[in-house]
Design a protein around this ligand. Sequence first.
Ligand code: FES
Length: 173
Amino acid sequence: MTAKPPTADGESPRYVAWSEDAALAAIRSLPAQRGPLLPILHALQGTFGYVDPRCVALVANELNLSRADVHGVLTFYSDLRTTPPGRVRVQVCRGEACQSVGGRALAEHATSSLGVAFGATADDGSLTLDEVFCLGNCALGPTVSVNGQLHGRVQTAQLDRLIRESAPNGDRA
Ligand code: FES
């Protein structure tokens, strides 16, 4: 029971509301394998859009690990979220290749124009802004991802337009 990926037109993926049953289904959807903790955390994030802290005990119980072990992995990886994401998810690449072709200015524009710090979600839940350190599109930087869709050679006006067009129901209009 994982969420659908973003659509080609950038529409937000639809996540499942958190429930213990849905969490257990996601945890148990993966075949037994060595080192299943990280894939399970990603499956939970794929299902709910984030890994609810209530999942820690469930995962620990299913894998016979301590809660501290699960919590440690969950909080180590910056791409795992423990709070629900905004309706539009924007990632701005801050890797060296992108920084050298305008990524720094684009990042400054993103935080100032959106009024959201990196790693934060707007108070109204309309948008989450994250920094990442390579999206695998280095030759076409500066690179951003909006709702999972990659965009290269992005300038400030284009970033504004991408966010406006991805926002449902006039969010961020
Ligand atoms: S450094 Fe930005 S995509 Fe690789």
